[in-house]
Design a binder for this molecule. Structure first.
Ligand SMILES: NC(=O)c1ccc[n+]([C@@H]2O[C@H](COP(=O)([O-])OP(=O)(O)OC[C@H]3O[C@@H](n4cnc5c(N)ncnc54)[C@H](OP(=O)(O)O)[C@@H]3O)[C@@H](O)[C@H]2O)c1
Length: 287
C-alpha cells in the first residue's frame, strides 16, 4: 500500500473512525485525529491528537495543517457543514466521506428522513469543493446490535423487537474501516462510490438468534408492534431516529437485503459474517 502524507481522521472516537485509526496505525501510516475532547478520547499514543469541533470552524485550521487526506464522519448539525468543508478544501487534497447507500435502489435505503437529506447536502458540498473525493456507502452496521439488543439480552432471555422478519445485511465496522484505509492510502479511488454491506441477507430474528447461539443461550424472540416499541425505547435512541428505522424496515419487508461484494473486491478478503462480528463482541451481550 502506498503511504501518503499524514491523514486526518474525524470521528476517531466513534464506531468506524476508531477502527480506521487502528488499521492505519497497523499499516504504519501517520495519523492525526480531530477530537472534541482530547482528555476523554483515549486514543493510542502513536496518534497525534488535534482538538477540533466542526461547529467551531476556527478550530479546524490547526487540525488541517500539513494534512493531505481527510476521513470525514459527519454527525454534527447540517448548518456547520459548509464552513467546515470550506476549511477542509483550502488545506487538504482529498477526502473520504462515510456516507450511506443514498443511490441504491432498495427500499431499506430510499426512505426520506433528515439524516439522509443532510448526507445528500454534504455530498453536494464535497462534489463542488474541488477536493478529490470518495464516498463510502455502508448499509446497516452490525454494531447497531450493541445498542438495539444488548440491553435486553444482558437483562434476561426475552428480546422484543418490531419487524423481526425484515432482513438486512449487517456490515462489520472492521470491513468498513478496511475499505476506508485502502481509499485513504491508495490513489485511484477518486470519484468512486462504494456500496458496502455484510455478506449475507439475515432477518432481524436471525441476527438476534445468532447472538443467542454465540452466547449459548436460548433467547425468546418476540415480535412487538411499532407502537409498543416506540413506547419503550432505550434512552440512547431518540424517537425521531426510531421512526426513520420503522419507515425503513416497513418498506423493506418481504424482500431480501441488498448484498454487495465490494468489501471482498477492494480488500481481497471476504466481508465478515454477522456470526464473526458477534463472536468478537460477545462480552458486551453478557450480563
Ligand atoms: N449506524 C448505521 O447503521 C449507519 C449506516 C450507514 C451510515 N451511517 C453513518 O455513519 C455515521 C456515524 O458513524 P459512527 O457510527 O462511526 O459514528 P459514532 O460512533 O456515532 O461517532 C461519532 C463521532 O463524531 C464525533 N463528533 C460528533 N460531533 C462532532 C463535532 N461537532 N465535531 C467533530 N466531531 C464530532 C464524535 O466525537 P466525540 O468523541 O467528540 O463525541 C465521534 O467520534 C453517520 O454519518 C451515519 O449516518 C450509519
Amino acid at each position: 500500500m502506498a503511504v501518503v502524507n499524514r491523514i486526518l481522521v474525524t470521528g476517531a472516537t466513534g464506531t468506524i473512525g476508531s477502527q480506521v485509526v487502528s488499521q492505519l496505525l497497523a499499516a504504519e501510516v501517520p495519523v492525526r485525529a480531530l477530537v472534541r475532547n482530547p482528555q476523554a478520547a483515549a486514543l493510542p499514543p502513536q496518534v497525534e491528537v488535534a482538538p477540533g469541533d466542526f461547529t467551531a470552524p476556527d478550530t479546524l485550521d490547526r487540525c488541517l495543517d500539513g494534512i493531505d487526506t481527510v476521513f470525514l464522519v459527519w454527525v454534527a448539525p447540517a448548518e456547520a457543514a459548509a464552513p467546515a468543508l470550506e476549511r477542509i478544501a483550502k488545506r487538504a487534497r482529498r477526502i473520504v466521506l462515510l456516507s450511506a447507500p443514498l443511490k441504491t435502489a432498495h427500499p431499506l435505503f430510499q426512505q426520506p428522513n433528515p439524516s439522509r437529506t443532510r448526507a445528500e447536502m454534504i455530498e453536494r458540498l464535497i462534489e463542488g469543493s474541488g477536493l478529490q473525493w470518495t464516498f463510502l456507502r455502508p448499509g446497516m452496521f452490525a454494531a447497531n446490535a450493541k445498542g438495539w439488543w444488548a440491553p435486553q439480552i444482558r437483562a434476561g432471555n426475552v428480546v422484543r423487537w418490531p419487524y423481526l422478519e425484515v432482513p438486512t445485511a449487517p456490515i462489520d465496522e472492521r470491513d468498513i474501516a478496511a475499505v476506508a484505509v485502502r481509499t485513504l492510502c491508495e490513489e485511484g479511488h477518486s470519484g468512486a462510490e462504494y456500496v458496502l454491506t455484510g455478506p449475507q441477507s439475515l432477518s432481524q430474528f436471525e441476527q438476534i438468534a445468532t447472538i443467542g447461539s454465540v452466547l449459548g443461550r436460548s433467547l425468546r424472540i418476540e415480535e412487538i408492534s411499532p407502537e409498543d416499541w416506540l413506547s419503550q425505547l432505550p434512552s440512547f435512541l431518540p424517537s425521531f431516529v426510531a421512526k426513520y428505522l420503522l419507515d425503513a424496515w416497513a418498506a423493506a419487508a418481504g424482500q431480501p437485503a441488498f448484498v454487495s461484494s465490494t468489501v471482498a473486491e477492494l480488500t481481497g478478503v471476504p466481508a465478515r459474517t454477522f456470526l464473526e462480528w458477534t463472536a468478537e463482541h460477545a462480552a458486551q451481550f453478557r450480563g
